[in-house]
Write a new protein. Structure first.
Length: 188
């Protein structure tokens, strides 16, 4: 069993990646394999509604999306992590979830029954909308979303600042523990 943590920040090694790595460490402590995948630097373009994926599990847009999609399919659990950009998930994350959603919806719903949930990092605001936005993706595709001790949100602006948000880090840790427990319960 593997949990895939996908970081939708265009910045490498930033607060969102730190929070995701922290959460994956909690998962790994429970004996599950983990992988952190940063979308930073990848060319993942938005869906263009060509609808090719309605007839086959494929996307004709020539970029780096499809290998990420295949990793998502192979994982037992998925974490989608995004910083808040103008009150929303990043464009990278939106492009990924739109295309993964379309392809999976029309090709056997491979995410149904997997476990997953969001992580969000905010400087000051927009976290609730971004958290809901990502949660909606999990729910519309039939994934099981475990809770935590609060919403899986942490605050930080400058690189590393998220580590000072004790409650946010604890909440992300608890989310990781619950994610591991639910994954093992459903897939053992």
């Amino acid at each position: 069993m593997k949990i895939l943590g996908i970081v939708g920040s265009p910045r490498k090694n930033g607060n969102t990646e730190l929070l995701t790595a922290h959460t994956l460490k909690a998962v790994a402590e429970e004996g599950l394999d983990t992988e952190l995948l940063s979308l930073a630097g990848l060319d993942i373009r938005p869906c263009n509604a060509c609808m090719v994926c309605v007839n086959e599990e494929w996307c004709p847009i020539e970029d780096e999306f499809f290998p990420v999609y295949l990793k998502m399919k192979e994982a037992s659990g998925i974490i989608l992590a995004s910083p808040v950009y103008y009150g929303s998930a990043t464009a990278l994350m939106k492009a990924l979830i739109e295309r993964a959603g379309y392809i999976s919806r029309h090709n056997g719903e491979p995410f149904k029954g997997k476990v997953g949930g969001p992580l969000v990092v905010a400087r000051r605001a927009g976290q609730n909308f971004t958290f809901a936005q990502l949660t909606f993706w999990f729910q519309v595709l039939g994934l099981v979303v475990p809770g935590s001790s609060y919403w899986s949100v942490a605050f930080g602006k400058d690189k590393g600042e998220v580590n000072s948000d004790e409650e946010g880090m604890r909440t992300a840790w608890n989310f990781g523990k619950n994610l591991a427990w639910v994954t093992k319960s459903l897939h053992s």
